[in-house]
Design a protein around this ligand. Sequence first.
Ligand SMILES: *Cc1c(COP(=O)(O)O)cnc(C)c1O
Length: 458
Amino acid sequence: MTTEPNPYRDLPSVDKVLAEPALAALLAEYSHGFVAGAVREQLAEARAALGTGSGVPTAETVALSVAARRIRAWRAWPTPVINATGVVLHTNLGRAPLSEASIRAAESSGAYSDLELDLDDGKRSTRHRVLAGLLCELTGAEDAIVVNNNAGAMLLGVAAIANGKEVVVARGEASEIGGGFRIPDVLRQSGARLVEVGTVNRTYASDYDEAVTADTAALLAVHRSNFQVIGFTYEPSVAEVAAVAKNKGVPLLHDLGSGALIDTAPFGLAHEWTPQQSIAAGAGLVFISGDKLLGGPQAGIVVGERELVARLARHPLARPLRADKLTLAALHATLLHYLRGEAAEAVPIWRMIAATLDEIEARARAVTKAVGAQASVTTGESTVGGGSLPGDMLPTWLVSLDPSGIDGGADELARTLRTGEPAVMARIENDRVLLDVRTVLPAQDAALAPAIRAAFEP
Ligand SMILES: *Cc1c(COP(=O)(O)O)cnc(C)c1O
């Protein structure tokens, strides 16, 4: 009796793969059970592949695949990236890079702390108390509460103020903020009914006024963070809408998004409406992000009238949306930069926005010189990004890389930079790979040129 060749029987055993030198480093660092599990998974894939006609892999091939995959997944994460894209608030790269002080604050908050304790009298306190104090000083508001992110803040705010009632929004502001976050959906989820007023391009204060009924709980204004409406347009000022709200006895909720605490105009950008201005104009609650133009950690900050903030704090959603101690500590340290008047130097995103063309040119030329013949400097534009100041550009100097000597050209060079150590994110334009040093943290400058040179090596 002859037996058919059976490739399934020829697959290496788990123990044989585990004995391969390629897995020694993983086995030294991680639990045997998890490495063995990874080997079993890889062998199961190889077995399935046999069914589709693939050959039998050797123990070494299986071990190398396991090592390659698991080393990537199990090494320290997130992997630091040099952001040379010129996009200051890059959502995929974690939005705002934190200041040194904020990073230290988050680090030291990891241990036990007085997060919810008053050390003076030994009694229970709230995690909101200290931050609320700073936020009131910075914005002129009566009270504040911090939650996980601005989307959560909005959900909480509308749920606490308008559940089962109507919220009046201008048609041109019932927008999508990004990543599936749509104002109409948030209102629905919070149990409020959306009443749209005006037209996509023009809304008047009288439109709000006429839409308010006995069922109206609030007026909602949403900042156009990521799009512009140009041409035949009109919108009332925040103060005018706030006046309508006051007159009707309902609050104005203002979703501001970015939340710049300092004026963007002196940096050559359009003026970004500030939370201070919203409060002064009479908004009842103002919603801002922690990690956009505030330059801090991901957080949702609500500032406003005491009685309204108290309703948010009491709402059952406040607990599921609450922010973690690391976040709150980092936010506290970020806010102190503003209280000290040092934000433009100490908060990384402001330092990037404030960088002069001369400074940027000098840095770009230094990188170019260190890279050599494949690099040159050119002028270009940086953007703020991250749903802030749409269409606003900052002039900059770029390091331009010539990929003509590389198989696969600009795409391949950009990929090599991205997968290198350190990882460098660049952009491609007209078959050149462009690096904007404006968004490179000064501490990463020294690593940039060697990373680029390595990408040119075969
Ligand atoms: C960015 C933004 C949000 C969402 O904020 P996250 O902190 O990202 O949750 C909500 N509203 C506006 C107007 C925004 O710009």
